[in-house]
Design a protein around this ligand. Structure first.
Ligand code: CA
Ligand code: CA
Length: 663
């Protein structure tokens, strides 16, 4: 099958024929990519950048010209390598192996190259062959094992016995079966159950949803100003913030448009962009709010920037575009892991959650950024925005920050050992007892095995890169006795989901059964989950959230499915809980929606309250679904909800914690 020294020109006549079978294969790949590949989240290139659309047509790896990791130059390089290899083949070999070799070489252009070549796992060297699924690998090996020596210099592959592909395919095996080639293109099992939890297991929390907004471009944050207006502000990754009024309508003009400053691309997997927004605790008085976004600095250095802005004096629904005052900028060594959460604690200080800087395995410096207290990356920072610091700093470091007197440590650090916390929230506390008030919950996205949920405490070391979830990641650092890290309250493996999105502890008054549950999700799998604390054992128990498995979700206005990719969670001023998701996670694609959680069981609570016959029962339910109950009707702190009954013109007072008392 192999032969030597075939003049290159001789192959041109073969080209049409020998590409016939690969062409069919390629066509099916294109179809698959169109249907599924783009819907899979978290694609990444070998350089940790998001995949992109090449500016010019790709002649060789043309399957990846609409979305992938190769430009024309790289495509030419791969084509040249292909032809070099094919010079060793005769006609039969060409027909048998041409397609395989092309497929394998072109995986560098796959939008999932980082997964296929194991770049995501720095404990293993970068593969020089992509991860192949076992069936495909066996077929390749049995037909074309002589090609292996031409594709790689790695001696382990060459030493594998000629006829038996088991060892070879074992070496090419990827621990995550979703990511091997060609499964990566067909892996639609997550998409198929778009947002619905497939299993309705016992103990599954049954909730319904109401879609309150849609057509948003990767909505990353939904926050309220805490000013009593019950407006909410929704930020899109591209850098636009919209105002929604309590009646659910959106103002035509954006609150803020920073598109020209914000660094992002339309490519799925781009973690850069407008990432966070928080209002000053005294916003009503000082009109200040804070933003967190990616931008380009001098010499095209990528940075994250945290700025203060003010709302316009003339229009409370518009930011003053000239008011930006940069508080902090941090250089980003890679385009992934840029953190993005901003929030104010009950202490009035601003908390900033940065990522570890990027690439994989926190490779920077001697032991990574997250464990390095001289770096601001991989940290929770705490600053006082109400004062100026030394050296022209536009913030003050609180005197009781944990590392202010540690030599070499940055005084703004509040907690460390963080990989890439994506979405954190402060617990408002139980509406009556105030239990839990002030706790800060975060989801910390894992490397390639575990996703975790943490409660942030002052001075805490959250373990990364020594640990991922409860397990050691960097063995040497992990065994260091001085690590003294804080374990997550909950962690889950990648069979459940591959990118945690932190949520909120529910403290609203419309769904009293949810009080105290920490509700969060997974960006990749679209799963919604809840954690409940056992206050005796201090352990947190997970419950899955099932949607639409009760008849209640059939009420008009309620739904039981959602777009898959859960980007963020949000709370309105009254404490009702929402999440933000999209069916196509590109910063420019207007496929994002906001969903409100509705607990259908509260219907039964109220049903038991008294005589609400027939049709008015439904009316009552609909009102409770949040459509007619305007937030000011719900007095969070008094522990009671006043619900106006349209059908009976009667006021009801319901105790929020149990729903047993009434007036
Ligand atoms: Ca980064
Ligand atoms: Ca951790």
């Amino acid at each position: 099958m192999l032969r030597r020294s075939i003049p290159r020109g001789g192959w041109s006549r073969w080209t049409p024929r020998l590409l016939t079978s690969p062409r069919i294969f390629c066509l099916s790949l294109i179809v698959l990519l169109g249907q599924v590949g783009l819907l899979q989240g978290h694609p990444q290139c070998l350089d940790y950048r998001p995949p992109f659309q090449p500016l010019q047509h790709l002649e060789f790896c043309s399957d990846y010209e609409s979305f992938g990791c190769c430009d024309q130059r790289k495509d030419h390089r791969i084509a040249a390598r292909y032809w070099d290899i094919m010079e060793y083949f005769d006609l039969k070999g060409h027909e048998l192996c041409g397609g395989y070799i092309k497929d394998i070489l072109c995986q560098e252009c796959s939008p999932y190259a980082a997964h296929l070549y194991d770049a995501e796992n720095p404990r293993t060297p970068l593969r020089n062959l992509p991860g192949l699924c076992s069936d495909y690998c066996s077929a390749f090996h049995s037909n074309c094992h002589s090609a292996i020596a031409l594709l790689t210099n790695d001696r382990r592959f060459q030493e594998s016995p000629g006829k038996d592909g088991t060892r070879f395919c074992h070496l090419l095996n990827l621990p995550d079966k979703d990511y091997c080639f060609p499964n990566i293109l067909r892996s639609d099992h997550l998409n198929r159950n778009l947002g619905t939890v497939a299993e309705d297991r016992r103990g599954c929390l049954q909730l319904c949803l109401a879609e309150v907004a849609n057509r948003l471009r990767n909505p990353v944050a939904m926050v309220h100003a805490g000013d009593g207006t019950h407006r909410f502000f929704v930020a899109e990754q591209v850098g636009v913030v919209w105002v929604y009024l309590p009646d659910g309508s959106r103002l035509e003009q954006p609150f803020l448009d920073l598109k020209s400053l914000v660094l992002t691309t339309p490519w799925i997997g781009d973690e850069r962009g407008f990432l966070g927004l928080a209002f000053h605790p005294r916003f009503r008085r000082n009109r200040k709010f804070y933003i967190y976004y990616s931008c380009l600095g001098k010499k095209r250095v990528e940075k994250i920037r945290i700025s203060e802005m003010k709302v316009s004096l003339a229009d409370p629904n518009k930011a003053d575009p000239k008011s930006e005052r940069v508080i902090l900028e941090i250089e980003e060594p890679a385009s992934n892991h840029n953190g993005g959460q901003l929030l104010f604690g009950l202490d009035g200080y601003m908390y900033i959650f940065t990522g570890d800087g990027g690439q994989a395995g926190d490779p920077f410096g001697k032991f990574g950024n997250a464990q390095n207290k001289s770096s601001l990356l991989g940290k929770v920072l705490r600053i006082d925005v109400n004062g100026a610091g030394s050296g022209g700093k536009r913030y003050r470091v609180p005197m009781d920050n944990p590392f202010v007197s540690e030599p070499g440590a940055h005084p703004a650090i509040y907690a460390y050992g963080i990989r890439n916390m994506w979405r954190c929230a402060v617990d408002r506390g139980d509406p009556i007892t105030h239990q839990g008030r002030g706790r800060m919950f975060c989801g910390d996205v894992g490397e390639n095995r575990f996703e975790e949920v943490d409660i942030i405490v002052k001075g805490g070391n959250y373990g990364w890169r020594a640990k991922e979830g409860f397990e050691c990641y960097d063995k040497k650092l992990c065994q260091n006795a001085s690590l003294d890290d804080i374990l997550p309250i909950y962690a889950y493996g990648h069979a459940v989901g591959k990118s945690v999105t932190g949520g909120y502890v529910y403290r609203g008054c419309e769904s009293p059964n949810l009080n105290g549950l920490y509700i969060f999700g997974d960006f990749m799998s679209g799963r919604l989950m809840a954690l409940q604390e056992d206050r005796k054992t201090k352990k947190w128990k997970k419950q899955d959230i099932c949607l639409g498995s009760t008849e209640s979700c059939a009420f008009p206005g309620l739904i039981s499915t959602h777009s898959k990719f859960i980007i963020s969670f949000g709370e309105d001023e009254a404490g009702e809980l929402y999440f933000l998701a999209t069916s196509y996670p590109s910063a420019y694609a207007p496929h994002g929606s906001i969903y409100k959680f509705v607990d259908p069981s509260r219907f039964w609570h109220l049903h038991s309250l008294g005589p609400v016959p027939g049709e008015s029962q439904k009316q009552l339910y609909l009102q409770l679904s949040g459509f007619s109950v305007s937030p000011p009707d719900c007095f969070q702190n008094s522990g009671t909800a006043f619900i106006h009954l349209e059908s009976t013109s009667r006021q009801m007072q319901v105790q929020t914690s149990a729903g047993e008392n009434q007036e």
